[in-house]
Design a protein around this ligand. Structure first.
Ligand SMILES: [Cu+2]
Length: 89
């Protein structure tokens, strides 16, 4: 016995998928990072910014990629808080 699928559930699932598709990734250039500890410092600070879903940092390329619906100024302030300086790439 299989009952009909609850239409409310179907709607909720598709809306969640849409939100995930829409979350943008913003690229930044970070100066001053020299090792993995620097990456960790930046990642931890930026992770605390409201709306951040994922953070990718590389000290080798000096790049920071932030996924989520975030405020640029808040991301830049978080990098400053970690002790580095960033600009939007
Ligand atoms: Cu370091």
């Amino acid at each position: 016995m299989v009952g009909p699928v609850d239409p409310r559930l179907t709607t909720r699932v598709s809306r969640t998928q849409e939100e995930q598709t829409m979350s943008a990734t913003t690229q930044y250039q970070v100066t001053g990072m020299t090792c993995g500890h620097c990456e960790t410092s930046v990642r931890e600070e930026v992770s605390e910014v409201a709306g951040v879903q994922d953070v990718q940092v590389s000290h080798e390329t000096g790049t920071l990629a932030v996924t989520g619906d975030v405020d640029d100024a808040a991301v830049l302030a978080a990098v400053t808080e970690a002790g580095y300086s960033a600009t939007r790439a």
